[in-house]
Design a protein around this ligand. Structure first.
Ligand code: PZK
Length: 287
């Protein structure tokens, strides 16, 4: 627990504290959610993996967009960051058709106003990545919106800027990940504005919680893909016949261990840094 910090928000698996007027502390827990339910059993080091990965991407995308990171704490799960005025949209980029993108395409042939080629199959790679903004739901699911609705929320100039930068961030990260055996099917960015109105990348970035990571060597379009991190948990939950309402099931030790190993594997594959080295000195991911 951070000392002398005021709790200002809770996410499903993260907590947010105010350090002072200008700085926040973002703390990633080891909680895991599946089918939108937070499970009673945590996955050791999950929060550290997500914090380290976000830090890694923040350090490597500074020339694409400024970001909120100030420091990584020695607990390896806490990010000190600049306090911003957050934009009220989720900036989703899709390189492949999955989740609500696949659903919307099937129903209408388009996703957030992007009319796509006919005949695409589940999990198909798109000809070009597309920007598909969503509203932030305080409860329930984020809702995909078209560019007119997004422009009402942030203005047309700001929308053009976040679209261009979101796609540039996705292209950079997906190329880096692809070369290391991981497909980033889609990802969600959140941006804020600093005191001078400059755009700043915030929240977590390019983690398995904010993205779909698929192992490249198992990629078979035509059906849903195994997720890099949560597949053990999903498969176990499916095997129980759980109805996917709260509360979720406890996880047995072998499912916890297998899931932890997958998170650590994703970290090491993407960063080319040993996880033990990260724990010894978290800021190693920033260098
Ligand atoms: C901010 N959230 C999401 C909610 C969490 C995270 N740099 C920032 N400045 C101002 N506000 C935020 C950020 C960031 N990042 C992020 N809400 C506000 C959120 C609950 C728990 F960990």
């Amino acid at each position: 627990m951070p000392e002398a910090a005021l709790h200002v928000g809770s996410g499903k698996v993260r907590e947010l504290y105010a350090l002072d007027d200008e700085r926040l502390l973002l703390v990633a827990s080891d909680r895991i959610s599946t089918f939108d339910v937070v499970l009673p059993t945590g996955v050791p080091d999950k929060g550290r993996v997500l914090t380290g990965l976000s830090g890694f991407w923040f350090a490597r995308t500074r020339d694409v967009c400024a970001n909120h990171l100030l420091a990584l704490r020695s607990d390896a799960r806490s990010t000190e960051c600049r306090r911003l005025e957050m934009l009220p949209i989720e900036c989703v980029v899709r390189g492949y058709l999955a989740g609500s993108g696949w659903k919307d395409y099937n129903a209408t042939g388009a996703v957030c106003g992007h009319v796509l080629p006919e005949g695409l199959i589940d999990s198909a790679q798109l000809p070009e990545p597309i920007f598909t903004p969503a509203t932030k739901a305080t409860t329930g699911h984020d809702r995909n919106i078209d560019r007119a609705q997004a422009a009402e929320l942030v203005g047309t100039d700001r929308l053009e800027q976040v679209e261009r930068i979101s796609i540039a961030l996705y292209r950079f990260a997906s190329e880096h990940a692809r070369e290391r055996g991981i497909l980033i099917a889609d990802t969600k960015f959140e941006f804020g504005l600093d005191e001078d109105g400059r755009l700043v990348l915030a929240d977590e970035a390019l983690t398995p919680d904010s993205s779909r990571f698929w192992p490249a060597d198992h990629y078979r379009p035509g059906g849903s893909q195994p997720s890099f991190d949560k597949q053990f948990v999903r498969d176990y939950c499916e095997s129980l016949g759980w109805d996917k309402t709260d509360p979720g099931p406890d996880l047995p030790d072998n499912v916890v261990a297998g899931t932890r190993a997958r998170y650590v594997e994703a970290f090491e594959q993407l960063t080319e840094i040993g996880f033990a080295d990260y724990l010894a000195d978290p800021e190693v991911v920033l260098r």
